[in-house]
Design a protein around this ligand. Structure first.
Ligand code: SF4
Length: 109
């Protein structure tokens, strides 16, 4: 996502958002720095909304990082979004311990 506030667009290492990985788990390891930067990006919610609306999500061989999630995770999340889950709930889901920042669904291999 471009724009003056996006951390990826202003990063000296933009390739960090395009990790070479064929699995979610590897993308999360390789893209750890990008995922961390997304967590502090002021346009993260807009970024995730854009990804959900665009529907142009990662394939198994495309694990780019957007809004702190890998392409595979975004694909999984889009099903929830299409079923009515809001972007904010995807970013900060509520579990039995209360709100959880990050919304990681990254248990996939
Ligand atoms: S949330 Fe991440 S991918 Fe999205 S604009 Fe911000 S830094 Fe870039």
């Amino acid at each position: 996502m471009s724009g003056p506030l996006s951390r990826c667009a202003n990063s000296p290492t933009p390739d960090a958002w395009e990790p070479e990985a064929t699995t979610i788990a590897k993308a999360r390891r390789v893209g750890e720095d990008a995922i961390g930067a997304c967590g502090w990006c002021p346009v993260r919610a807009e970024c995730l909304e854009r990804e959900m609306r665009a529907g142009v999500l990662g394939t198994d061989r495309d694990q780019r990082i957007r809004a702190g999630f890998t392409g595979g995770e975004l694909r999984q999340m889009r099903a929830l979004w299409l079923a009515g889950t809001s972007v904010l709930d995807l970013l900060w889901p509520i579990d039995e311990d209360g709100p959880t920042r990050g919304g990681a669904r990254g248990s996939g291999a």
